[in-house]
Design a protein around this ligand. Structure first.
Ligand code: BES
Ligand code: ZN
Length: 964
């Protein structure tokens, strides 16, 4: 693990060290003591002579000698071309010995090579010139200096390396298999027979390859890799490429040699030593696809194989580029920190992101597996083939992969659900982006912790939503053409934002001709619509221009478009949308591709809003106008004057005149505007009344989501009159739909999703028929010794109701230990976390900390679930505060789980006292040197909750009284 407790100090040290360093560096330049030696500059490298002369000005290596490099990023003087890597993990002694030979190109003469290396014991390092290699001369010994604060080593050469020559660096090293989830780490699983087995697996992104082998661990340093793994015969070894041969060694050990990889970044290298089984198939283009899992879980691998074969075919066609490797393995790893990792040719997954068990996996579990497989496969092109130059643009990987989930799942699967999931993805990031503490999509990130923090909803969701908005304006066809251009142009290389924009704006289709940088379509230029089409083409050119796109990528936040209808004229105004506070900030300006339809024309009209205010003239006066058609744009719309009333009237009279995704968008925007104090809560609630007649399930679910959120908020604060009335309201208005739900897995994907949500809420609200049915199913299940098959979509509900008695809870915990289905285990763990007994909740936390029955990988989700339970919220929060150091030993500071633990146990608070407590704790952490973006996000969220309650609780009360 990168940042276990001692390393946390390392990170704190890194940050403060950087500050000191910059001050120091400026001083150097200012005082012109050493005019040629601005080591701050990325491009100039101090020469070894300066290094000797001014040794005192350099950082100090572990042996007390000066370390010749100041910067966190590596110099570009020496670049890697190829790595020969040999690794021999010992799964009994839990360590590995390894060696590597790196072929490097020297661009400028130098006397040292700087590499990344963390916690590796280097036993020998030598250097050969090309001539040495040709004549088999032994290498010259290198002095190795280590500077742990920057996770770097320096190899000092006795004689200067010459510019434009190649050299070979051989390094022998060893280390323990890591304890956490990063670098080359050990993972364990229990067989059905009760035996514990160990496997060794890598996980490198973003900066952990350096924990497994010394390397140039930055995405720009692409090289090829030839990997050899030594293992026992009871194991297999897997790596990015197929095996070429296996050599038998004395003593029964085997050595697998893998084919050389294509040119790639270090964070995508992977290898695994395990005893897993697999299922395989071949894609249309002849790629062998295999899905691996531990032997007892082998039967759960089939769905992922089917999905990945379909998706691979789809992507090869869509990108018009074949997957370049001969094979693709997908492996379910028993201990995994995130959801999955896209290593080229060897994708690793958390078990619940890959395995599908027909008996216990629900429809949403299946969608999740599909989504994760689609996401990681998309990375084989976006990320692996073309990589961002630096981590500041990680959205080029993650935003694209997230966007492609939508496109590929829509195209390859019977269920057309991704559109609506996509909307939720955008709604999720809007919550974050409408806080002051948000950040731009492209953001500076230098330290490993800062880099890790870039993997957040802004990179993933906002990135994807912006791409979707762009696609909507460009047309699907042109957008696809543009990304094909991008992928082809930068294959095996790196790219930055502007490269994407220029590829997209060059996305002329075949048959188009170009002139002055624009694409013109033959058929259209000859028709009499020429002026309109030229306008449209110029528009396309404009919206893919950096001038427009940087308003989305370099500026944080989401715009609010305020529309005022005055006769035929629409007055438009834009500002930054901030929830919680109302603050006009003139700094912000977006170029917004607007779309709208009106009561008299459901055609999609377009207009780019480039200034603060603008006016549009409609051909006729209309009763309403709806902006952001299908909610494809990344902006919120407020209708001033009678705008909202007209839309509410329309929804009540005939909601089908508005498109389903527009209805969802209206519900969303209305409640967002309530948070920002722009719309009253009763108006937003009035808007949802039409839901009684809504048959579109995603729209219904959106409305229910808000009611549920309010219920949770009130329940946590024990505001019982409101919770009671919310419950009555829900059970009365949704009675017809609740009553028609069956306890089965029948129907379309949406029928099944609605069933899960409605019944879960009904049972949560203690609706007697729901509790009765769930109790009955639970008893039957217990009596059958856990053998009875309960419909998968209601399984979690049945377990949760069952967990409310001590006998049921204990039985569930026993079944948790026995189950070989990750999907079932997740459901049981959730159910256990809903208990009203503090001692039971505490027991769960203890088990999670111990990491045997409840794995450490599930601890963050567990704490989050317990904190959602009104009975557990204080317990979880106290636990996190009191055990912070222990938690830090398990997860890195900026890692997914740590951020989830922090926000999951605090962000729901809604009182001033709680805010104060959280603030104090964060201040304490900051004083220890821990700085995370999530601190500010949480504080702002709590302040927002407090304001929301102050302002809206009385309105909610009155509205409910009038409505039930
Ligand atoms: N590249 C990421 C894995 C990753 C996450 C590396 C965080 C470093 C830090 C991978 O492609 C990914 O995005 N995984 C997601 C799942 C996905 C379906 C959203 C994850 O792990 O949650
Ligand atoms: Zn990803």
């Amino acid at each position: 693990m990168l940042e276990s407790c001692p390393a946390l100090h390392g990170v704190a040290f890194t940050l403060s060290h950087l500050l000191i360093f910059h001050a120091f560096c400026t001083k150097l330049v200012l005082t012109i003591i050493l005019p040629k030696m601005c080591i701050c500059s990325y491009f100039s490298t101090p020469s070894i002579d300066q290094f000797n002369k001014d040794a005192g000005t350099f950082p100090v290596a572990t042996n007390g000698q000066p370390f010749p490099w100041h910067e966190l990023r590596l110099p570009t003087v020496v670049t890697p071309l190829h790595y020969d890597l040999f690794v021999h993990p010992n799964l009994t002694s839990l360590d590995f010995v390894a060696s590597e030979k790196i072929e490097v190109l020297v661009r400028d003469a130098t006397q040292f090579i700087i590499l990344h290396s963390t916690d590796l014991e280097i036993t020998n390092a030598t250097l050969q010139s090309e001539e040495d290699v040709r004549y088999r001369k032994p290498g010259k010994k290198l002095t190795v200096l280590s500077y742990p604060a920057h996770q770097q080593i320096a190899l000092l050469v006795p004689e200067k390396l010459m510019a434009d020559l190649r050299y070979y660096v051989t390094i022998d090293f060893q280390a323990k298999l890591a304890d956490g989830f990063e670098g080359f780490y050990k993972s364990t699983y229990r067989t059905l027979g009760g035996e514990t087995r160990i496997i060794a697996v890598t996980d490198f992104e973003p900066t952990q390859a350096r924990m497994a082998f010394p390397c140039f661990d930055e995405p720009l340093f692409k090289a090829s890799f030839s990997i050899k793994i030594r293992r026992e015969s009871r194991h297999i070894a897997l790596s990015n490429m197929p095996k070429v041969k296996t050599i038998e060694l004395e003593g029964g050990l085997l050595e697998d040699h893998f084919e050389t990889t294509v040119k790639m970044s270090t964070y995508l290298v992977a290898y695994i030593v395990c005893d897993f089984n697999s299922v395989s198939g071949t894609s249309s283009s002849g790629v062998k696809v295999s899905v691996y899992a531990s032997p007892d879980k082998w039967s759960q691998t089939h769905y992922a194989l089917e999905a990945s074969l379909k998706l691979l075919d789809f992507y090869e066609n869509y990108f018009d580029i074949n997957y370049p490797l001969p094979k693709l393995d997908l492996v379910a790893i028993p201990d995994f920190e995130s959801g999955a990792m896209e290593n080229w040719g060897l994708i690793t997954y958390r078990e619940t992101s890959l395995l599908f068990d027909p008996k216990t996996s629900s429809v949403s579990d299946k969608l999740w597996v599909t989504k994760v497989v689609a996401h990681e496969l998309a990375h084989q092109w976006f990320g692996n083939l073309v990589t961002m130059e630096w981590w500041n643009d990680i959205w080029l990987n993650e935003g694209f992969a997230t966007y492609m989930e939508l496109i590929s799942a829509n195209a390859t699967h019977a269920f057309k659900v991704s559109d609506n999931f996509f909307l939720d993805l955008c709604f999720e990031v809007i919550k974050r982006d409408s806080l002051n503490s948000s950040r731009p999509i492209s953001n500076q990130a230098e330290t490993p912790t800062q880099i890790r923090e870039m993997f957040d909803t802004v990179s993933y969701n906002k990135g994807a939503c912006i791409l979707n908005m762009l696609k909507d304006f460009l047309s699907e066809e042109k957008f696809q053409k543009g990304i094909i251009n991008y992928l082809k142009k930068f294959s095996y290389g790196n790219a930055k934002n502007d490269d994407l924009w220029s590829s997209l704006s060059n996305s002329c289709l075949e048959g188009d001709f170009t002139s002055g940088g624009f694409c013109y379509s033959d058929s259209k230029t000859t028709s009499n619509t020429v002026s309109i089409d030229t306008y449209r083409l110029e528009e396309i050119w404009y919206i893919t221009s950096p001038r427009m796109m940087t308003t989305w990528t370099l500026q944080k936040g989401i715009p609010l478009v305020v529309v005022k209808q005055e006769g035929r004229s629409l007055r438009l105004q834009q500002e930054r949308f901030l929830s919680g506070i109302f603050k006009e900030d003139p700094e912000y300006l977006w170029h917004i591709p607007l779309t709208y339809s009106t009561s008299s024309s459901n055609a999609i009209h377009r207009h780019i809003l480039k200034s603060k205010t603008d006016t549009l003239d409609l051909p006729v006066k209309t009763s309403w106008v709806k902006f952001n058609v299908d909610s494809n744009g990344y902006y919120i719309v407020h209708y001033e004057g009678h705008g909202w009333d007209q839309l509410i009237t329309q929804l009540n009279q005939n909601h089908t005149l508005l498109r389903p995704k527009d209805r969802i968008g209206l519900i969303h925007d209305a409640f967002q505007l309530v948070s920002a104090g722009r719309l009253t809560l009763d108006k937003a609630l009035d808007l949802t009344r039409y839901l009684q007649h809504e048959t579109n399930i995603p729209a219904l679910l959106k409305g229910l989501e808000y009611l549920e959120t309010f219920y949770h908020m009130m329940d946590r604060r024990n505001i019982s009159d409101v919770t009671e009335n919310l419950k009555h309201y829900f059970l009365r208005y949704f009675k017809p739909v609740i009553d028609t739900q069956s306890w089965s897995d029948e129907g379309s994907v949406w029928d099944r999703m609605l069933r899960s949500v409605l019944l879960k809420l009904a049972c949560y609200l203690n609706h007697a028929p729901c509790i009765r049915k769930a109790t009955q199913l639970f008893s039957q299940w217990m009596e059958s010794g856990g053998k009875l098959n309960i419909p998968t979509d209601v399984l979690k509900i049945v377990y949760s109701v069952g967990a409310q008695t001590t006998a049921g809870w204990n039985y569930l915990l026993k079944q948790y230990e026995l189950s070989v289905s990750g999907a079932e285990k997740n459901k049981i763990l959730y159910a256990l976390s809903t208990s009203k007994h503090e001692e039971k909740l505490m027991k769960l936390i203890e088990l999670g900390m111990e990491g045997k029955v409840i794995k450490t990988q599930d601890l963050a989700a567990l704490l989050h679930a317990i904190a959602r339970n009104p009975e557990g919220q204080q317990l979880a929060w106290n636990f996190v505060r009191e055990n912070w150091t222990e938690l830090l030993k398990k997860f890195g500071l900026g890692s997914f789980p740590m951020r989830m633990i922090i926000s999951g146990t605090t962000a729901h608070f809604s009182s001033k006292d709680e805010l104060q407590e959280v603030k104090l704790f964060f201040e304490f952490l900051k004083a220890q040197g821990s700085h995370l973006d999530v601190f500010q996000i949480v504080l702002e969220t709590i302040s927002k909750n407090i304001k929301w309650l102050e302002k809206n609780l009385p309105t909610l009360r009155t509205w409910l009284l009038a409505s039930i």
